[in-house]
Design a binder for this molecule. Structure first.
Ligand SMILES: Cc1cc2nc3c(=O)[nH]c(=O)nc-3n(C[C@H](O)[C@H](O)[C@H](O)COP(=O)(O)O)c2cc1C
Length: 741
């Protein structure tokens, strides 16, 4: 419900909101620019009488002096019968520049207030402001849900991609956006009579004025008592009319000043309603609060990005949660698939399983976990595919599953398998799936297959799980997960370097270029008939389609698009289908590939040290990060191989980076040399230095096999103990990242 409340209005309003945001951001500059152009004396330095005296000395035909919200003083005068207006210095009364409202800002203001179509546009702008209030409030509640509570709202968000960008930006900007939207809605509601607008009726013209000889304005007592910082406007009396008076408006009220005696006549303080109104205007426009204007402007600039990421998230969710064709009735089905999902990606996996089982002749019913029936009379297999949310909690479509499970009466013949979807960056990896698996077992059901956990939507883990389940049920399941139909690009192997054969760890560095002919490298990456690769960074993933219609396998990229090649580092796995295929390639051979972004695995920017830890082919993306470290931020590499003579991957390149300081320190460990050391041993030897770096804010990135990553985590936990922190805390802060396979 909350999500619909956030998504639908956002989608409909996106274009108008982007217009309002961009124009609002431009207008937000105006108060700061006005302020920069003006001369602003300190409070108490210049009285209105002094100002008026100085101005009159330079502009004998002064008719009015206005002090704008940003502090700039403008004099309106008449010279030789011609009216004029100048920005003046209150310190001297001299003109600084002619005063003319900027036609550009006027046009932007019209676009902002009414989309250039008068009342209908003004009404639309008001509606958009109200929609923005709704989006901000529902967005705040979604952020709280995503963070796992109000208290956790300031912690770094885990996860990656559009969702992370959307949440981080929203958290940064939401209060500014809410303030602009609330004040904008208020002003619109007043304009269309939905809220009362305070009417400020000034004091009546005084019945009696002295009518004496006018005194020089600089000597008038009532004007001497008012500081310039309080002035709004001072209207001069008609020349040669002794019965006329000065009209004075200040931030506190308005009144008249006798031009002969300098006495204040008929002063009337401003009403509370008018003061409140002025605050609303200032809070919306930044008038008089130039710094707030800039903050609101920056917040407004996030709206285009929030709109694009929001629409992308909505679109991906929609595509992956479409209805299933051939969904059998729950009471007739022999196989049940239950799905626990919040962001809907798990539905994409469920659809693939559903289609594959259907093709194999099963009658399959698929539904959300919240729709668990009391019993499935015909079913012999139950698959539960679920993600985990919050801090190890159930996702939206599984919140009531545990409660419903209490009333569930499973047939004795019903066997189940749970497949968890999660992200190892979270402390409670796939926790909810683990709890569901235990709860089903405690119901007396037996397992068709032990629980397995999929990290970050790994397509290869999913297809491996399918192979194992297929063997158990006696029907091959060729499961391929493709979140959106991928358009692949032909890549041509241009270079390879082979290592590790002598130590039974054949590993190759493979360099590809797109096979389509273009002028140089870059044109091949520009959009052409949809057959192009998007931008990529080291640490992103290259999806490779092995032959014979298998699902894609993913390899971490060791290069960025700017390096001019697409580089991966691949260890040949015994019996590995895709790694064997890649190792068999010769220069000139072509493969099909696509990019999957992985923004969750990137070194942080800034001066804090970065500690890169890897083993074997895990050095690929780490080398890519070092290559990109042209800022020469402190970067240390701990890497383990088997033999320095056989599988020291990237050796010459790393030494070059040490020389040019892209790499600050290199520490290698070789398990089949005399030292017989692993990367964990090197970390332990260096524990003082590692601890100091973590204390100085270092980020740790680990890349390589699961066992190595577990060993490294263990050592790092020990190293962190004296610092009273641990790996999970660093992980939550985005300072311990893993790319593990
Ligand atoms: C706010 C948030 C909280 C998450 N919490 C966890 C968690 O505690 N444990 C975990 O393993 N994964 C966690 N994840 C990762 C998701 O479970 C993972 O991305 C999953 O593939 C999402 O599937 P879905 O889109 O079908 O919900 C979290 C993701 C987000 C965005």
């Amino acid at each position: 419900m909350l999500r619909q409340l956030h998504g639908l209005p956002g989608l409909l309003a996106a274009l108008f909101l982007i217009t309002l945001a961009i124009t609002g951001a431009v207008l937000a500059l105006a108060p700061a620019m006005d302020r920069a152009a003006a001369v602003i004396p300190a409070s108490g330095e210049v009285s209105v009488a002094e100002l008026a005296g100085r101005v009159v000395a330079h502009y004998p035909g002064t008719e009015q002096i206005v002090r704008g919200p940003s502090g700039g003083v403008v004099v309106y005068y008449s010279r030789d019968g011609q009216p004029g207006a100048d920005l003046v210095s209150p310190l001297t009364g001299e003109g600084i520049a002619p005063y003319e409202p900027s036609p550009f800002f006027t046009w932007i203001k019209d676009l902002h207030r009414s989309f250039l179509v008068d009342d209908a546009g003004r009404m639309l702008a008001g509606v958009m402001a109200a929609v923005m209030v709704l989006l901000c409030i529902s967005g705040i509640l979604l952020l709280v849900r995503r963070a796992g509570g109000w208290k956790a709202l300031l912690r770094p968000f885990a996860g990656s991609g559009n969702k992370r960008i959307h949440s981080e930006l929203a958290r940064f900007a939401v209060l500014g956006l809410l303030l602009s939207a609330l004040t904008g809605s208020y002003l619109s509601a007043q304009r269309f009579g939905l809220l009362p607008e305070p009417v400020e009726i000034g004091p009546m013209f005084p019945a009696e004025v002295s009518g004496g000889q006018p005194a020089p304005v600089a000597t008038l007592g009532a004007l001497s008592n008012v500081d310039l910082s309080e002035l709004r406007e001072l209207v001069f009396p008609y020349p040669d009319d002794p019965q006329d008076v000065y009209s004075l408006t200040t931030s506190g009220g308005s009144g008249f000043v006798d031009q002969a005696t300098g006495e204040l006549l008929k002063y009337q303080p401003r009403s509370d309603g008018s003061v409140f109104q002025q605050w609303i205007v200032s809070l919306h426009t930044g008038e008089g609060l130039w710094w707030l204007g800039l903050i609101l402007g920056v917040a407004a600039l996030t709206i285009p990005v929030l709109s694009v990421t929001g629409i992308t998230i909505w679109w991906q969710r929609r595509r992956s949660s479409g209805k299933f064709p051939d969904n059998a009735d729950a009471s007739q089905a022999d196989t049940i698939i239950l799905v626990g999902s919040e962001g809907n990606t798990t539905w994409g996996f469920a659809r693939e399983l559903h289609a594959s089982l259907n093709k194999a002749g099963f009658r399959v019913h698929c539904a959300e976990m919240n729709a668990l029936a009391d019993r499935y009379p015909q079913a012999s297999m139950l698959f539960v595919l679920t993600s985990t949310y919050g801090d190890g909690d159930a996702p939206a479509s599984a919140r009531s599953f545990m409660a419903r499970l209490r009333d569930f009466r499973g047939e004795k013949t019903l066997k189940y398998a749970v497949l968890g979807f999660g992200d190892r960056q979270f402390p409670n990896f796939c926790q909810f799936a683990v709890e569901v698996d235990a709860a089903l077992a405690s119901k007396g059901l037996s397992r068709l297959h032990t629980i397995e956990l999929i990290d970050r939507c790994s397509a290869s883990q999913f297809s491996e799980w399918g192979d194992k389940v297929g063997k158990r049920i006696g029907t091959p399941l060729a499961l391929t997960y493709d979140p959106l139909p991928q358009s692949t690009v032909k890549l041509e192997l241009v270079e390879r370097a082979d290592y590790g054969v002598a130590v039974q760890a054949p590993t190759s560095i493979l360099r590809f270029k797109t096979a389509e002919q273009g002028r140089g490298w870059w044109p091949t990456f520009l959009p052409r008939a949809g057959k192009t690769l998007p931008q990529f960074e080291a640490g992103d993933l290259l999806g490779v389609m092995p032959p014979h219609g298998q699902g894609p396998r993913f390899y971490s990229l060791a290069s960025s698009a700017t390096d001019g090649v697409l580089e991966i580092c691949v260890r040949k796995q015994p019996g590995g289908l895709c790694s064997g295929y890649l190792h068999g390639l010769r220069p000139g051979d072509r493969i099909d590939g696509f990019i999957r972004h992985n923004p969750g695995f990137r070194p942080a920017t800034g001066n804090a040290p970065v500690i890169l830890i890897g083993a074997g082919a895990g050095i690929g993306p780490l080398t890519g990060f070092i290559r990109k470290n042209t800022e020469r931020n402190p970067m240390y590499l701990y890497w383990g191989g088997r033999s320095s003579k056989s599988d020291f991957l990237y050796q010459p390149e790393l030494w070059r980076y040490l020389d040019d300081h892209r790499l600050t320190g290199l520490n290698t460990a070789f398990s089949r040399s005399d030292e017989r050391a692993y990367v964990q041993d090197k970390l332990r030897q260096d524990q003082m230095a590692v601890r100091q770096m973590v204390n100085a804010g270092a980020q740790i990135l680990v890349c390589g096999g699961r066992d190595m990553a577990a060993g490294v985590k263990h050592v790092i936990e020990d190293i962190l103990k004296p610092l009273a922190t641990d790996v999970e805390t660093l992980r939550a802060e985005g300072r311990y990242l893993e790319d593990v396979y």
